[in-house]
Design a protein around this ligand. Sequence first.
Ligand code: ADP
Ligand code: MG
Length: 407
Amino acid sequence: MHFDLDIDQGGVMKLRRIQDLDMRGKDVLLRLDLNVPMKGDEITDETRINAALPTIEYVAKNSRRFAICSHLGRPKGQPDPKYSLEPVGSRLAEILDKEVVFFTDYATEPTKPVLDQMTESQFMLLENLRFHPGEKLNDVDFSRRLAAGFDCYVDDAFGTVHRSHASVVGVTKGFEPDRCVAGFLIQKETEVMEKLISAPKAPFTVVMGGAKVSDKIAVILKLLDVCNNLLIGGAMAYTFLKFNGASVGSSRVEDDCFDLVESIYSQAEKRNVRITLPCDHTAASEFSETSPAVEVNEKDIPPGLMGLDIGPKTIEDFSRVIKASGTVFWNGPMGVFEWPEFSLGSCGIAKAMAESSAETIVGGGDSVAAVNQVGLAANMSHISTGGGASLEFLEGKALPGLRVLAF
Ligand code: ADP
Ligand code: MG
């Protein structure tokens, strides 16, 4: 299901925008991605809340009344206190200096009477959307109940625009198309990604890593059309190295992906893209956090060892290319960054990007976590809040949540 991106003369996707919607005297339903990491009742990372603030504040200032809705975690289509949005509501109330009206019964009770009782100093938060099976099923009745009582719909949940869920897609049927608009975060995310594939400043370097070639093949092929360098690390690198005849020991290899690797090389040759693989590794005898790190100072990994991170020479090579780039896009950690001994590669890439004067963009849940781990998020030009959504956007897929906001 591929389509050419809806790009107009200015290179901008034609989304209906929040700043073009007159919401004076209107009641607004605001879909956000408040899927923040939690430890018990405590929010451990507020990145997603902060990313949503410009839109929340704009809606708070310009609308009559508003309700926020979001998912959190993976409850199984039924209420589960572990995934309640209540702590998020309390935090929002603090930040916005407003009182939260927490509404749980919206799937069975009408929202309107509750809205009608709200004062100016209040906002509504709907309990976790995924407590209801209708959310993921994009159920017509659930969608209608979500929309009922509101005049406009604002979506700023970039992290879910690739999902055909009720609060993303179905709900828009309850409004006139021109009353469904994109918030500031969706606009920013799509602008950055669009620029990346339409007008990146050269040289454009793509750094790819992570778990699997098969997960990333579509986005790699797409980026080969526009990039100059492709640096490959992570588990993915071993499939490439083995394809080239190197020894990879017991590293993770996807033997069924050699034809994909071949297609990447042939596309790279056509497009004159230079592909660089690791020339040394940090390895271990087994896949375990406590297994001691062993330096392998050459491309070939001896039997009995598996590559769990790129080595120091590779970090240096990759960093040099990154620093000489005009644009860098990074997706997928260079190693098992969750384990300190195998996190140096990802840490090194994050540092090189932070020091580079290039436009630097990081997408992908784990890659963003790796950047946060070393505290360098603020040094990047853009950190995508939506891992899956940003990759699918770059692949050129039609994202259902954007379709419903487009002209
Ligand atoms: P992202 O979420 O940024 O798109 P992925 O989900 O594709 O990244 O991959 C992240 C995972 O890949 C991490 O859990 C990391 O531990 C794993 N990984 C990276 N390098 C290796 C390796 N050499 N061997 C095994 N797993 C790896
Ligand atoms: Mg991941």
